[in-house]
Design a binder for this molecule. Sequence first.
Ligand code: GLP
Length: 241
Amino acid sequence: MAEVLVFDSKEAGAAVVADHIAALVRRVPTATLGVATGSTPLPVYAALAERAAAGTDFTRASAFALDEYVGLPAGHPESYRSVIDREVTGPLGLDPEHVRVPDGSETGIETAGERYEQAIIAGGGVDVQLLGIGTTGHLGFNEPGSSFASLTRVKTLTEQTRRDNARFFDSLNDVPMHCVTQGLGTILRARHLVLLAFGEGKAEAIAGAVEGPVSASMPGSAIQLHPHVTVVLDDAAASAL
Ligand code: GLP
């Protein structure tokens, strides 16, 4: 059973998560963080940047991102590589050499999944994995129907997810059709999962993930198979529990 923490603001929830991660990094300076994109984890990164400014040293820690779009030009501001560099690597002072994002280049596509799995294993696995959840219930880009045993691979984005993410692009047409995402099996190997959700729009997905039947039609329900999960919500995201 996941530990569910409900806060009256996302900033309050983010501060608790940041304190936990900063304490881990002080205890284990070479800790490996699993980082997510989307808007949900941004207050956690802002709070972690404050911990870094106050003296927590992240320079020996490493990070693995959950996913990446396929085919965006290098340096595109909405590629997840750019987002992670902007929101995480720079503000926390991580060594860029220690921050990995799946290879979404079209030339690397055939081997991207296997190379990423090997890199995570070589890095000793993920100590704490931050997760958001999509309105479809997706974790990373594992849309409904994804196997709980899946590993990093190329996936097609659903129309719903492309629409949800169109706000980051000039138009829906500019949202890539494909991605490389850690699988649910990859995510479940992390030693601690921290699932974050804020706002009423996530209430249904959170209810399905935390309390619903464990089913491939609700990828978020995979967290119920993990022995160490913390779910961090605001009141609105917890409203259907
Ligand atoms: C994106 C990401 C997910 C993220 C989710 C929610 O598409 N691939 O990792 O959790 O959608 O996004 P947001 O936090 O902006 O609601």
